[in-house]
Design a protein around this ligand. Sequence first.
Ligand code: 8YV
Length: 299
Amino acid sequence: QATHPDLYLLGGVSPALEATLAERFTLHRKDPPATTRAIVGGGSSVVDAALLDRLPALEIVAIHGVGYDGIDLAAAQARGIAVTTTPDVLTDDVADLAIALMLAVQRRVVANDRAVRDGGWQVDLSRRASGRRIGIFGLGRIGKAIAKRAAPFARGLHYTARSAKPDFTGVFHADIASLAAACDVLIVSAPGGDATAHIVDAGVLAALGGDGILVNIARGSLIDETALIAALAAGTIAGAGLDVFADEPSVPDALKAMDQVVLSPHQGSATVDGRAAMAALVVANLDAHFSGKALLTPL
Ligand code: 8YV
């Protein structure tokens, strides 16, 4: 019987997907052998040139997610290594969570839930969610899906991108600082990586302003988390809804202590339907590759 190809499992997948992969591959969760032909990892997994150098037989990296900021894509492509992701199947879930976080922060849903559970009934006034100027940083698949959901709540949609999108109904801003200055809610949905590291800094937060809400469903790396904590503590901005953090799964105690902040554990795509579809797409890409067929969702 032909042995199963070696696969390095970098984590972030469900037991069901792991079991499916184990039917096809010899799984390694650490110390992958030089014979490793495939890697499966999450959207934040690190696949750098040093790892690629240790795996001369590597043919494909199948990402269980859409972010690939941890992948040295140029190094992979230079070595002829295919990289696939799982686009589209998670767009709705991540976009839904962005709106959920926005509403939860504005209407103090989590803080008031906690108060009721603690036997309270005090209603601290919250912010009206409708009629807000909503800005979206990053207008890819997820950003556009967020915009569709945000529109009914918005008194104007604003965005920034590399260039204006004529087919998008919204006010274009050349940079994130001017975007922040023009809106009450700033939703971060751009890719992680060096190009966007700490792009939401103290200046952007000051521009967003004292009635402003920040929502991040992208990557923690886009936000200067120290500046965010300072801005929240000083009232420079009013609140934040965060699904991603600088050093996951570690979340600063300062954020945990703030009731104007809603925190979630990088759960954007973590729905039954979404993760099942992501898993199926990971397997379909691997099956296609190892049967010599075209990949479904290559980068
Ligand atoms: C997942 C993600 O949390 O899509 C991404 O890039 O970060 C998330 O969907 C992750 O990939 C789970 O493995």
